[in-house]
Design a binder for this molecule. Structure first.
Ligand code: PLP
Length: 436
């Protein structure tokens, strides 16, 4: 039964007031949430309740790769909605088959099958389940510097603070992964960092007992943790070690996938093949919630005669599938992945490096495509993180100047949609320059 909220009629047309009264927000103390209203968007621009425009260097939660209100994706959803809005996972459906084939096409040879989920966390959840079922082992190794989602096993695999109050999945082990700027291995070069990280990984594995480990789960580029592009050779080395011990490798492409790094999958820039690939966000830019697991044929075939113990009511939901088909086709035809790569190489990378030359509180700039982090320090000598109040002020001042940026700890994340133009990227960096 519903309740009467007598005050509501007076705020019925006030989005912020309704939000404050009735929406329980993620990752927040509810009294400290001050939402501002967004009513629309186009390309890389968001429009608020007063009609004010913001250049978006966040892609919301780093998911709107194709930009806002792409007409082709809207059309695809509307057409499918007219035909069939909802269909359980047990039926065949053209939108679902096409979406699976387009997503599988982005993976290496020998990955034919896609299990659809509603988002990235449940994609990781099901990849972990598949690895445990396939190997008959329990443990999952992941990085301290990671985020894999907020469901049982996914949050337990996550390395950051969010794991601690939520860890109720079994057998999770964390390792340090490469991060040269603050090397956990006291390394002074990428090669040294890579070699020591691999040595550390194998050592942990051996202490844990390799025959207890089902899989290693790694983001192809750790995103939320600070955009640490792994050195050449790291994934290749991990792959070699996992093969030696019969351990599966799960690559989390939820944030880095579908164009964000200027590649279809960030793993394309490395020379290895995992066993399972998880995806979400950029596959359809979140126009309808969707994610999934791409299975290597070897792992998929293990379930030919044996039941895979996982499923979701909305696995392969027709509106999500239609949006994936339209988004994938538009990204391909409009060269959106190539655009992300070019803007990253020609404008964002050089632009942020230039800021570093002129702002002494920038300690490090790293990234590729439209996935960058600017690490702020109180001084370059001691690398102390710039304080939270100053970081909050940077966020606020940028917003007041018409630029939305993500601030995580002491980092500014520059993660605009893949469709951003050179001029927009330059304009955003100029605002950042002024704010700093
Ligand atoms: N994996 C990575 C790398 C992510 O960045 C995220 C979300 O930010 C997730 C998984 C979880 O995805 P979702 O929030 O769609 O469940």
């Amino acid at each position: 039964m519903g309740h009467d909220f007598p005050g509501d009629s007076t705020i019925w047309d006030d989005a912020s007031a309704l939000d404050k009264a009735h929406v329980f927000h993620s990752w927040s103390a509810q009294g400290k949430v001050h939402p501002f209203e967004i009513v629309s968007g186009h390309g890389s621009t968001l429009v608020d309740g007063q009609g004010r425009e913001y250049l978006d260097f966040t892609s919301q939660l780093v998911n709107v790769n194709i930009g806002y209100q792409h007409p082709r994706v809207i059309e695809g959803i509307v057409e499918q909605a007219r035909l069939m809005c909802t269909l359980g996972p047990g039926y065949a459906n053209l939108a679902r088959g096409r979406a699976a084939s387009l997503v599988a096409k982005r993976a290496p040879e020998g990955f034919s099958k896609v299990f659809f989920t509603n988002a990235g966390a449940d994609a990781n959840e099901n990849a972990i389940r598949a690895a445990r079922q396939f190997t008959g082992r329990d443990k999952i190794i992941s990085s301290y510097r990671s985020y894999h989602g907020n469901t049982g096993a996914a949050i337990a695999a996550t390395g950051d603070w969010r794991r601690k109050p939520n860890d109720y999945s079994r057998g999770h082990v964390h390792v340090m992964t490469p991060y040269l700027y603050r090397s956990p291995f006291f390394a002074e070069s990428e090669d040294e960092e890579c070699a020591r990280a691999l040595e550390h990984f194998e050592q942990v594995l051996r202490f844990e007992g390799p025959d207890t480990v089902a899989a290693v789960l790694l983001e192809s580029i750790p995103g939320t943790a600070g955009v640490m592009v792994p050195p050449d050779g790291y994934f290749e080395g991990v792959r070699e070690i996992t093969r030696k011990y019969g351990i599966l490798m799960i690559t989390d492409e939820v944030m880095a996938g579908f164009g964000r790094t200027g590649e279809w999958f960030a793993l394309d820039a490395f020379d290895y093949e995992p066993d399972l690939i998880t995806f979400a966000k950029g596959c359809n830019s979140g126009y309808v919630p969707a994610g999934g697991v791409i299975f290597s044929d070897e792992v998929a075939h293990a379930f030919d005669e044996r039941v895979f113990p996982g499923g979701l009511t909305y696995s392969g939901h027709p509106l999500a599938m239609a949006s994936i088909v339209a988004a994938q086709e538009a990204m391909e035809e409009e060269g959106i992945v190539a655009n992300a790569r070019r803007v990253g190489e020609k404008v964002i990378g050089p632009g942020l490096e230039d800021l570093k030359l002129r702002h002494r509180h920038i300690g490090d700039v790293r990234g590729k495509g439209v996935m960058w982090a600017v690490e702020m320090v109180s001084s370059r000598d001691d690398k102390h993180m710039l304080d939270a109040a100053t970081m909050a002020a940077i966020h606020t001042k940028a917003k007041e100047s018409g630029l939305l940026v993500d601030v995580h700890d002491n980092r500014i994340h520059v993660v605009p949609p893949c469709v951003i133009t050179d001029d927009e990227a330059k304009a955003g960096i100029a605002i950042l320059d002024e704010v700093l």
